[in-house]
Design a protein around this ligand. Structure first.
Ligand code: SF4
Length: 121
C-alpha cells in the first residue's frame, strides 16, 4: 500500500490527517482520486444533494494605486490617461443585487479602502 493510499484510508475512516500528510496529498496524490475521497467525506458530513458556492466579488471602484506591486497589470498611477475612479453611485450600481434565481448573502470580511484624491468618472 502506498503512503498516499494509507492517508486516503485514514481520511475515509474519519480520522484527521497531519499537516505532513496533507502536504503529501497535495504533492503526490492523483487529483481525481483525491477528489473522490473529498466527495466521500463531503457526503458523509453533508448527505443532502445540495451544493452552494461563494461568489467572491472585488468591487474595483478605482484602478489608481501607488503601491507598485511588480506582478500587477491592473493599477494605474494617479493622473494616467486610463486611470479611473467611480463615483459612489456608479460603484453601487456595479455591485447591485443578485441575478434572477440567485440567492446571495452579503458580507465583508476584509476591505482595502483607498482614498479618493482623484477625479471620479
Ligand atoms: S492594485 Fe493592488 S496589486 Fe495592484 S499595485 Fe495596487 S496594491 Fe498592488
Amino acid at each position: 500500500m502506498t503512503q498516499v493510499q494509507a492517508i486516503f484510508d485514514k481520511v475515509l475512516e474519519g480520522r484527521r490527517i497531519t499537516p505532513e500528510e496533507g502536504l503529501r496529498l497535495l504533492t503526490e496524490a492523483d487529483l481525481l482520486a483525491l477528489g473522490q475521497v473529498a466527495q466521500a467525506v463531503r457526503f458523509r458530513r453533508y448527505p443532502e444533494p445540495v451544493v452552494t458556492f461563494v461568489v467572491d466579488t472585488n468591487p474595483n471602484y478605482t484602478n489608481v494605486c501607488v503601491t507598485d506591486c511588480l506582478f500587477c497589470a491592473f493599477y494605474r498611477k494617479p493622473g494616467a490617461p486610463d486611470a479611473y475612479t467611480l463615483s459612489v453611485e456608479k460603484s453601487s450600481r456595479r455591485s447591485s443585487g443578485p441575478s434572477p434565481g440567485e440567492r446571495r448573502r452579503f458580507s465583508c470580511k476584509a476591505a482595502t479602502i483607498r482614498p479618493f484624491p482623484w477625479t471620479t468618472t
